[in-house]
Design a protein around this ligand. Structure first.
Ligand SMILES: Nc1ccn([C@@H]2O[C@H](COP(=O)(O)OP(=O)(O)OP(=O)(O)O)[C@@H](O)[C@H]2O)c(=O)n1
Ligand SMILES: C[C@](O)(CO)[C@H](O)COP(=O)(O)O
Length: 230
C-alpha cells in the first residue's frame, strides 16, 4: 500500500457567486447532482482507493444517501467542512489513510481519467502537481481605483485547477504550518509552496471548469449532454 492514493472532494461552500437557493454542488446536471458526477469520476478511477467527501453539516445526510444510492463505495467518510475552503480541505485530509492525496473541488465534474493519471505521475516524479491551463487572455495587475499597474508576461501565467496532488504527510505538514501562521491560501499548492515542496503544473483542459457563476451552468449542461460523443 506504499503508493495508495486517496481523494478529498470538497463541497462545503455556499456558492455565493452562483446565487441560487440550492447550493451549486447539489444542482442537477442531466438529472444528477453535480457532486455525484464529480464523485463518480474518482470512484471509477482504479488509482483511487478511498474518498473523503467534505460537505456542509446540514447536507451530510442527503450526501450519505447519494453515496448509497449511486454505489460510491470508495467514499469512506462524509464529514462537515469549515468556513473557508482551506479549513474544509484540512478537515478532509485528517480522515485519509493513504500515502498520496488528490484534493479536488466538488464543482469540477469534468476532470478526465487521463488527467488524474498525469497528475499522479507528475507528483510521483516531482513531489506535487497541479492541473492547470495556460491563460488565454492578457492579464493586468490593477489597483483599487482601476489604474493599471502592470502587464505580466502571459507566457508564464497559468490558470490553476484541481486535482492538486501531494504526499499526504507533506500536505498535512503544510496545512499545520499554515494554520499556525494564520495563512489562508486559495488553493492547496500555495500552502505546499510556502513549505518548500516542489510543485509542477500538468497541462489540462479548458473544459475542467469550476462551476462558479450562472453562465457556467450552460456550459456544464452542454458538456454533460455531449459527454462520450467525441
Ligand atoms: N468553506 C468552503 C468553501 C468552498 N468549499 C468548496 O471548494 C470548492 C471551490 O470553491 P468555490 O467554487 O469558490 O465554491 P464556493 O465557496 O461555494 O463559492 P462562492 O465563493 O461563490 O461562495 C467548491 O467545491 C466548494 O464547495 C468548501 O468545501 N468549503
Ligand atoms: C482551488 C481552485 O479551484 C484552483 O483554481 C480555486 O483556487 C478555488 O478558489 P475559490 O476561492 O474557492 O473560488
Amino acid at each position: 500500500m506504499s503508493n495508495s492514493v486517496g481523494a478529498v472532494i470538497v463541497a462545503a461552500g455556499r456558492g455565493t457567486r452562483m446565487g441560487t437557493a440550492e447550493s451549486k454542488q447539489y444542482l442537477l446536471l442531466q438529472g444528477k447532482p453535480i457532486i455525484v458526477h464529480t464523485l463518480e469520476v474518482f470512484q471509477q478511477h482504479e488509482l483511487i482507493s478511498e474518498i473523503v467527501l467534505v460537505t456542509g453539516q446540514e447536507d451530510i445526510e442527503r450526501c450519505r444517501e447519494w453515496v448509497e444510492a449511486y454505489k460510491l463505495d470508495k467514499v469512506k467518510a462524509v464529514v462537515p467542512g469549515g468556513s473557508e475552503r482551506q479549513h474544509s480541505v484540512h478537515l478532509g485530509l485528517k480522515q485519509l489513510d493513504t500515502n498520496w492525496v488528490m484534493v479536488h473541488d466538488g464543482v469540477r465534474p469534468f476532470v478526465q481519467e487521463s488527467e488524474i493519471d498525469a497528475c499522479y505521475e507528475r507528483a510521483r516524479a516531482i513531489g506535487a502537481s497541479v492541473l492547470a491551463v495556460p491563460v488565454k487572455d492578457t492579464i493586468k495587475q490593477v489597483d483599487g481605483n482601476g489604474k493599471v499597474l502592470s502587464t505580466p508576461d502571459r507566457r508564464s501565467l497559468w490558470a490553476i485547477q484541481t486535482p492538486q496532488t501531494f504526499r499526504l504527510s507533506d500536505l498535512l505538514a503544510a496545512y499545520a504550518a499554515a494554520e499556525q501562521e494564520g495563512f489562508i491560501g486559495t488553493d492547496d499548492s500555495s500552502l505546499a509552496e510556502r513549505s518548500g515542496i516542489p510543485v509542477s503544473v500538468v497541462e489540462g483542459s479548458y473544459r475542467n471548469i469550476k462551476i462558479t457563476t450562472p453562465e457556467d451552468l450552460d456550459f456544464a449542461e452542454f458538456t454533460e449532454r455531449n459527454r462520450g460523443e467525441g
